[in-house]
Design a protein around this ligand. Sequence first.
Ligand code: SF4
Length: 323
Amino acid sequence: MPGPKEILLAEPRGFCAGVDRAIEIVERAIAKFGRPIYVRHEIVHNTYVVNELKDKGAIFIEDLDDVPAGATLVFSAHGVSKAVQHEAERRGFRIFDATCPLVTKVHVEVAKLNREGFEFIMIGHKGHPEVEGTMGQLNSGIHLVEDVEDVGRIQPTQTEKLAVVTQTTLSVDDTVGILRAVKARFPSVREPKQQDICYATQNRQDAVKLLSPQVDLVIVVGSPTSSNSNRLREVAIKLGTASYMVDNADELQAEWFAGKTRVGLTAGASAPEILVQQVIDRIKALGAIAIRKLDGIEETIKFPLPKGLKMDGETGAPIDHLR
Ligand code: SF4
């Protein structure tokens, strides 16, 4: 059966500044303090990244009871609740916080508005660690909505001081609809000054919107737990383009490509470029002979590392890590 002739690459795709920083924090902590380093939750939601860091000396845990006294502990890029943060401090671990600064920004906003007497509506996915971390900034007064129906169900104790916050990795388009429903029910609600959905999520979804109409199929490289990767697949499907998400090249199925001339390829913010290259090689083996990179925004944002992880003779250059 005829296979694809051309691969179109979305730009930007793959690692964002928050993921880059989180991985570098774990690698530097191992280099500086020796193995093992404990990491609460998957540092970022990608199987390959987690396995590589396990090989280098990271131990991933969910429960602080699994961290021995005196150990070094890293919080994942998704952030943690106040309860987890305080308990880790109480136990005296050496802590490095790899929470993405754009998630921390939401935490800071929640704390500030809480002091001013606000209650919150959080738009996000139940059970996602970022949502648990943001909702866990307060003991009460944050109401989670996952969809438009939830907006009608929540019961804030007052409506004069109500603010919206969102998970950083949502569908930009779905969030607009939910926000519209929130404003219809609570007209005086305070919206975030700037979208909480981060630049990386926005840029990768915009790139898929540009890519999808030009191809017969979109392959997203990302792990099933990765929120922003799942959203990329949904964006392509909503635009009427068939799409599959794969954790690695072995998951590609030849029949997906039957009769498809052009294949689009992108990767979630936690998926390393090496996996994209392996997927390219596999699609080439099915017959693709041309690769074209689409135009897109060039991302130059870089977040500083926490104090205490600078190396002797630091030049500022990133150390070799999982790119
Ligand atoms: Fe930060 Fe956005 Fe990357 Fe999440 S996807 S780590 S919020 S930059």
